[in-house]
Ligand binder design. Structure first.
Ligand code: ATP
Length: 600
């Protein structure tokens, strides 16, 4: 990229709304200003820094400039004189976040190829992709960790992998949030050296640095200094910063780290430094520079209403949603297989539970006493299945959500292929686990009088399992916090299983509560299993004691629990409908969150 690009931001402010409760529990909405009229500029061939105390608003400024924030932004952002929109910024500006999020079960090679296929133009062949990846691996010294799992990378390697991912599309601008945090001074210097190289090759690079070690600060060309409240305290050449501070009477002692000195002043005199800067020559120069950068508009031609410089980024053809789905399924399956031990442990625990559940019912006779036992077993089978499948998804899905919301926010793929890939992988998992679970119970307990086919016995259980994993998906898409999801789920589940028909004769439930059974995952499963168990049975032996009541037929058993023998297909179809409704709801919650989430 040889063109001279200039991205300038003028009087940029960012607001967010926060909710606070007062002493009486009344909710008040506050509008908080995170950035306060900040201006600055970044240009091709320069390495710029943003520095300031923790919480000053450095990350917020980067996110606002790169248009990856969802808060309310005011002010102007111009690229070569044109107001720049989010779509273009996502395409031309790579963003390396402070904490990279990626599925840790992939190796560096797998992660780079996965990202290359989704981020690059789909017309780029695999051979070309490999060539680009190899050259990035060489440039960023990633050869030694090319086959290492992301989970095992060192801090410096992690930053370089993240940089490589952003470099795949060769964006002319690169924004890095604290690329040196957590690194020793040698590695930090290497990372900044790398960014320096990229800027000298014609990229505009901007990054935040917390407190750079001596020598690192001087590697930057320009610096923006922020004080708490997101206010600008300096913008200008790094080498002039020391002079500027000494003009204010703040003299950096000899042999003292300039960056450390500057940050100390920002912490101790925030208001004074902000006020002084607004009346300084540096600020006037900055405004003048922004003004002339805006006027460079005349040098660029518009083609189809777009700046011709960026036409190639607009014409990038992303992978189709079908290919995105295939790639996402490949990634999820790989991570799943790498977690083989966890899956095995889960499977073993599930099978042990099946044995423990069956144990009290082994030897159950088909007589009056056996009725309660068989119904108890039906209830245990469905309850265990519903809980296991719901809570397994509720605990695995949220851990991935921050990663994929960021990937979706950065335009790597669309929400729908991700959601489908997740569901498509969850279904076979639920089927296999439930089949093995049912097999153990079917073999250990003699409930085969009527259910003489194992697959008939397991069908309602499997459908309950699939509907329950849909419930888990829906709840975890709804809440970003697993503890809130669990808190909501516990009373919902408690009410649902109360209406399964085991604890209460369903026909005696008052009409204003009877609807609850229709939203109970437990009710449909237990009723379906009971119908399969008892339908067509008319020879249940009575107790030898003539004083005890006798239930002769299966129909009577069903009536006793408030179930209807004609409801079998209604139960199964209701579970299928519930599954589809929960996934649709889950997808919409997921979509809503992906739109509201900042992509940094
Ligand atoms: N969504 C939000 N709602 C409310 N406050 C927020 C939100 N995002 C950030 N803040 C607040 O804005 C301030 C600036 O945050 P930011 O992350 O930009 O700081 P920073 O300078 O990058 O800090 P650090 O160096 O510690 O990473 C902080 O006080 C933070 O708590």
């Amino acid at each position: 990229m040889n063109e001279n690009l200039a991205l300038c931001w003028y009087n940029l402010s960012v607001y967010v709304t926060t909710k606070k409760r007062n002493f009486y529990g009344k909710q008040k909405i506050h509008r908080v200003k995170l950035l306060n009229n900040v201006s600055g500029i970044m240009k091709t061939g320069t390495l710029s820094a943003i520095m300031g105390p923790s919480g000053a608003g450095k990350t917020t400024l980067l996110a606002a400039i790169s248009q990856r924030i969802t808060g309310n932004i005011t002010g102007e952002i111009h690229l070569n004189g044109h107001p720049v929109d989010k779509e273009l910024m996502l395409k031309i500006c790579g963003f390396v976040p402070q904490k990279d999020l990626a599925l840790q079960g992939l190796t560096v090679k797998e992660h780079l190829f996965f990202m290359a296929q989704l981020k690059m133009d789909r017309r780029v062949s695999l051979v070309q992709q490999t060539r680009i990846i190899n050259s990035l691996v060489e440039d960023l010294s990633l050869k030694t960790c090319y086959f290492t799992l992301l989970a095992n990378l060192s801090g410096g390697e992690e930053k370089r992998v993240c940089l490589a991912v952003q470099m795949l599309t060769d964006p002319p601008m690169l924004i890095c949030d604290e690329p040196t945090t957590g690194l020793d001074s040698y590695t930090a210097s290497n990372v900044i050296g790398l960014l320096r190289q990229l800027s000298s090759r014609g990229k505009a690079v901007l990054c935040t640095v917390h407190q750079p070690a001596s020598g690192i600060f001087e590697m930057f060309d320009t610096v923006s200094l922020l004080v708490p409240g997101g206010r600008l305290a300096y913008f200008g050449d790094v080498l002039d910063a020391k002079k500027y501070f000494s003009q204010l009477g703040l003299i950096c002692p000899p042999a003292y780290n300039t960056a450390e000195f500057v940050v100390k002043q920002l912490n101790t005199l925030p208001d004074k430094l902000h006020e002084k800067f607004k009346t300084s020559n540096n600020y006037t120069e900055l405004l003048h520079e922004i003004d002339s950068a805006k006027k460079s508009i005349h040098n660029y031609q518009l083609v189809y209403g777009m700046d011709e410089t960026f036409l190639k980024f607009y014409s990038v053809q992303k992978q189709s949603q079908k290919t995105q789905l295939r790639l996402l399924m490949w990634r999820s399956a790989l991570v799943l297989l790498r977690n083989f031990k966890k899956i095995l442990l889960r499977m073993v625990l599930y099978m042990v539970t099946a044995i423990l559940i069956s144990a009290p019912y082994i030897g159950t006779k088909f007589n009056q006493e056996g009725i309660q036992n068989i119904q108890g077993l039906n209830y245990s089978v469905i309850t265990e299945t519903v809980f296991t499948q719901s809570y397994a998804v509720m605990h695995t899905f949220p851990s991935e959500i921050p990663i994929l919301l960021r990937e979706i926010g950065n335009g790597v793929y669309k929400p729908i292929p991700y959601y489908i890939s997740k569901v498509v992988l969850l279904i076979p998992q639920a089927i296999i686990e439930t089949l093995l679970f049912c097999l153990i119970i079917y073999c250990l307990v003699e409930t085969k009088q009527e259910i003489n086919n194992f697959f008939v016995f397991s069908t309602p259980v499997i459908i309950s399992a699939i509907a329950s994993s849909a419930y888990g998906c829906c709840i975890s898409a709804m809440f970003d916090n697993i503890s809130v999801a669990s808190m909501i789920s516990v009373p919902v589940d408690f009410i649902s299983y109360t209406f399964s028909g085991i604890f209460i004769q369903l026909s005696t439930v008052p009409f204003y509560l009877s609807w609850i059974k229709y939203i109970s995952r437990f009710y449909y499963g237990v009723e379906a299993l009971s119908i399969l168990q008892w339908q067509n049975i008319d020879n249940i032996p009575c107790s030898p004691n003539p004083d005890l009541p006798c239930i002769h037929t299966g129909e009577m058993v069903l009536q006793n629990y408030g179930y209807k023998s004609t409801n079998l297909y209604w139960d199964l179809y209701s579970l299928i409908f519930m599954c589809m409704a929960l996934h649709t709801l889950g997808y919409f919650f997921f979509l809503k969150r992906s739109r509201a989430q900042s992509a940094y």
